[in-house]
Design a protein. Structure first.
Lengths: 164, 319
């Protein structure tokens, strides 16, 4: 089994774990927010309302869409099916999240996006560094793993020996 | 009258001298109580004022008649003081809020000056953090108990008045024949504040004054130089439901909201109900319960998924 394929699969698994943790931390936000006094996914919605980036009517659907996308992407990454596409999609998601953090920071000076519930980073640089790290993980996960070549080798090896 | 066991370690000689020299003439001729009799009187007074935990005072300054003030003071050390000119509806000129939960002090003296954190050492020592120069009554129970347990406390009886003072506590109290508080003399941070009350009316089982004179003496000038202001107390409410339970601090608004312990409503000072604390607590506790379950299962769940995904990757690579 090629080492590169193992590293790539490992990166995808780690990325999927991060996404699943993000979903779990958002839905289990334990502290009521100062604005709306809500916990759980409601706290994430309160945060989106406070950011004033997403229109008020779209806050609740957007919050749930983020959860669904993260969950689906995590499962996709864990399945290792069309692994490169899954990793590049996750990379694109990191770019979108980073852009959102910059937009929120530009508006209010606080980059806390609520991605990791109450554990979200408030400092923009820390936030971007975190997303950069996750983006690199996606890039490693997207590298061609020559699964098809490995399959060929495996097929060759399992051939029955010629009859003598 | 001679003071026993005076030590000049804590306060200046001038302040200690002032505590004795400014006694009213009636008290100059008074009788010093024995320690036993004094403790008995103080414990009785502590019982009288037990349960008085909050005071709301609306008043007007008689030396500057257009200055009004409203103060809400709790025995916990939380208080809110609002000043306005001419009309109560006018914007407060000074909004002074302190919230003290026993650990963290949050205070604003006319926003945006804001302090949050552990207070300086000795903050909660007697005479305590209460904003007593506006409404000292919520502290009387605690002060009486502290004085009863202070071996340096001195008591004088005369002219149907009882005066108790303690240099070490920095507190001197004078009570009238109906246990009404006639005078409070407090020394703290080098400033001595003397409040004299008169013209009493019954408010529940306690007596509330309608006139108040307040004098500030800075350290070293206790011999007579003072800044004096006089207030007419328009309304005094004890244990008002509005302030009885607690003042709820909002760190985002840097403000204190009112709390009604009977309805459990939290509302702003203009009476607008902001939320019901009971419903809020139920929602938070319900959410917290779910959050706790999710977070307990998070790590083992992720480990299981990671192992399963690793096994799947291995299978796909080997296939």
């Amino acid at each position: 089994m090629p080492c590169r394929a193992v590293v790539s699969a490992g990166a995808r698994i780690v990325m999927a774990i991060v996404l699943l943790a993000s979903v779990a931390l958002k839905v289990s936000h334990p502290h009521p927010t100062p604005v709306g006094g809500r916990v759980g996914i409601g706290a994430f919605e309160d945060l989106l309302i406070a950011h004033e980036v997403v229109p008020q009517g779209l806050v609740a659907p957007s919050a749930r869409l983020v959860l669904v996308v993260e969950l689906a992407l995590a499962l996709w990454l864990m399945s290792h099916w069309r692994a490169r596409s899954a990793s590049l999609t996750a990379l694109a998601l990191m770019v979108v999240f980073s852009a959102y953090a910059v937009a929120v920071h530009a508006r209010g000076g606080d980059a806390r996006c609520g991605c990791f519930g109450d554990l979200s980073a408030a400092d923009l640089r820390l936030h971007l560094a975190q997303n950069l790290g996750l983006g690199m993980l996606c890039w490693v996960g997207s590298r061609r793993t020559r699964v098809s070549s490995a399959r060929d080798v495996t097929t060759t090896d399992t051939r029955e020996p010629p009859l003598i | 009258v001679q003071l026993r066991r005076i030590s000049l370690g804590r306060w200046s000689a001038a302040v200690a001298l002032a505590l004795t020299t400014r006694l009213p003439a009636a008290q100059q001729a008074s009788i010093e109580l024995t320690d036993h009799a004094l403790a008995g009187e103080l414990n009785r007074l502590a019982e009288v004022y037990e349960g008085l935990v909050s005071a709301s005072v609306t008043r007007v300054n008689t030396t500057e008649p257009d200055v009004h003030s409203e103060a809400v003071v709790l025995s916990t050390g939380a208080f809110v003081v609002t000043f306005w000119k001419a009309q109560p509806e006018a914007e407060p000129e000074l909004f002074n809020v302190t919230h003290w939960d026993g650990k963290v002090l949050r205070s604003t003296h006319g926003p945006p000056r804001y302090v949050e954190g552990e207070p300086a050492a000795g903050f909660s020592d007697p005479p305590g953090p209460v904003h007593h120069w506006d409404a000292p009554w919520p502290m009387l129970h605690e002060w009486c108990l502290a004085l009863a347990n202070d071996p340096e406390a001195l008591g004088f009886h005369g002219g149907s008045r009882l005066r108790v003072e303690s240099e070490s506590l920095g507190v001197a109290l004078t009570f009238g024949p109906q246990d009404e508080c006639l005078e409070v003399d407090v020394v703290r941070d080098g400033v001595r504040t003397r409040m004299t009350f008169s013209d009493f009316v019954a408010v529940g089982r306690w007596k509330a004054p309608r006139e108040q004179e307040r004098a500030f003496y800075t350290r070293g000038s206790g011999s007579g130089e003072a800044r004096v202001d006089q207030w007419s107390l328009v309304e005094v409410r004890f244990n008002d439901e509005d302030a009885n339970g607690a003042l709820v601090w909002d760190p985002d608004d840097l403000g204190v909201y009112r709390y009604s312990p009977s309805t459990r409503n939290v509302y702003s000072s203009d009476g607008t109900v902001l939320y019901n604390e009971e419903e809020w607590a139920r929602r938070v506790l319900g959410g917290t319960k779910v959050a706790g379950v999710v977070r307990r299962l998070l790590v083992p769940g992720l480990v299981i998924l990671a192992v399963a995904s690793g096994a799947l990757a291995y299978w796909r690579l080997r296939r």
